[in-house]
Design a protein around this ligand. Structure first.
Ligand code: ZN
Length: 411
């Protein structure tokens, strides 16, 4: 999706702000000789930013405002090393709340609703994002925070909560608990706003049925406000995002070049009105695509598709970018296959080859099944893999995260 005139103007304002502040990113722009952005070409010449840059800014080096203007910080949980700290001005906090309010609104949630918030509060952006949006909407926020399922269920019944905010795993836990106790009839839940982890169709259906709700996926990351920068709608056809606050590009993660609308790649975000920590072309490493055309729901805001994992998982084969999730989706449509699979990529006779190992219950001839899977991958993803069907239980299982993709080209 090409950057438009008004977005370009806002990006230019962000560049001016950064350069004038002399912060980490401002200095970098100045060193690169970029102090103005007028055209699409100017924009595409801007350097990317990465989480690593934000680590280099620790603790407050990402700030483009006087520190007296900072009203709050959040921090993203680094698994290792230096944490990332994102400062917010009063306007940033308000802008974020407004975006989250829009998310609720798009999901059909109103000031009549009672929103039980189960994600965590604190340095993390989750709980407080749900909270600020709910207050701005005029709904009743029930700020539970995570855990304590007993009390969650009690409040859900006693307060007749109508909306639940949760991660998909906690929503599933609640759904199973409600089912186990047979207490669905006591609940007034109608909608769930669920954090945008990757989750499959089966889990989604269980949560919907178990809690009696419609579900909406919310998108966001601490570096760019937090959750609430996008949400799926009633059409269940991707997530709308607020293009007056953000410009989203989808780039080929390997080359950094834009891909056409509709094609998969990495989400790269430029903030348009952020004061304390503007980010230019921030590489999220989340994989999605722009969904072209108008959404059946009628919202004029553009859409990205549900996340397809991380760009770190992507492999390029025969000129086609492939994500394990795409293979997984094809395999899911074969009920005679188990959930286990293994992808091996190797370089044979001068060509990249993908072998997919799948397990079957034996109801179909192995060779026929292999051909059918291979044809389906060709049809949906655009290249022909070698498919090997094995008996149930042959592929290794692990209690931790099972490794499924092996790129043997570089081993
Ligand atoms: Zn829509």
């Amino acid at each position: 999706m090409r950057i438009n005139e008004s977005q370009l103007k806002l990006v230019n304002d962000q560049i001016q702000r950064l350069v004038a502040s002399g912060n980490y990113f401002g200095r970098r722009l100045q060193e690169a000789g970029v102090t103005e952005v007028r055209t699409v070409e100017d924009f595409l010449a801007l350097p990317f930013s990465e989480k690593e840059d934000l680590r280099n800014c620790y603790p407050l080096g990402a700030s483009a405002v006087d520190e007296r203007q900072i009203v709050r910080i959040h921090s993203s949980s680094g698994t290792t090393g230096t944490p990332v700290i994102i400062p917010y001005t009063e306007k940033d906090v308000d802008d974020w709340a407004e975006q989250f309010r829009r998310c609720y609104e798009l999901a059909g949630i109103t000031s009549e609703d009672r929103i039980q918030i189960t994600p965590g509060y604190g340095l993390w952006t989750a709980g407080i994002g749900f909270q600020a949006g709910a207050e701005k909407l005029g709904a009743m926020a029930v700020p539970m925070g995570p855990g304590n399922t007993e009390k969650q269920l009690q409040f859900m019944v006693d307060l007749q909560t109508t909306v639940i905010g949760a991660t998909s795993s906690y929503a599933l836990l609640l759904a199973e608990e409600v089912e186990r106790r047979g207490m669905l009839g006591e609940l007034a839940l109608r909608k769930g706003v669920i954090g945008s982890e990757r989750w499959g169709k089966v889990m989604r259906e269980r949560v919907k049925a178990g809690l009696g709700i419609q579900v909406y996926d919310i998108y966001g990351l601490t570096e760019v406000y937090g959750p609430g920068i996008g949400i799926s709608c009633g059409a269940e056809s991707g997530m709308h995002y607020w293009d007056d606050y953000l410009y989203i590009e989808i780039l080929d993660p390997a080359t950094g070049e834009p891909v056409p609308d509709g094609e998969w790649g990495e989400i790269v975000i430029t903030t348009l009105v952020k004061e304390a920590a503007p980010l230019i072309r921030f590489r999220t490493h989340d994989l999605s695509r722009i969904i072209p055309g108008e959404c059946p729901c009628g919202s004029p805001f553009p859409r990205i598709d549900a996340l397809h994992g991380r760009s770190d998982d992507m492999v390029k084969i025969k000129g086609v970018n492939v994500f394990p999730r795409q293979i997984e989706e094809v395999l899911q449509d074969f009920p005679q296959l188990s959930s286990e699979y293994q992808i091996r990529i190797s370089h044979l006779e001068g060509r990249d080859t993908m072998r997919i190992y799948v397990e079957t219950d034996g109801t179909q001839d192995f060779l026929d099944l292999a051909d059918a899977v291979s044809d389906e991958v060709k049809r949906r993803i655009g290249f022909t893999p070698l498919v090997k069907v094995v008996e149930l239980g042959v592929l290794p299982r692990s209690e931790k995260k099972t490794r499924r993709v092996f790129d043997e080209r570089y081993e």
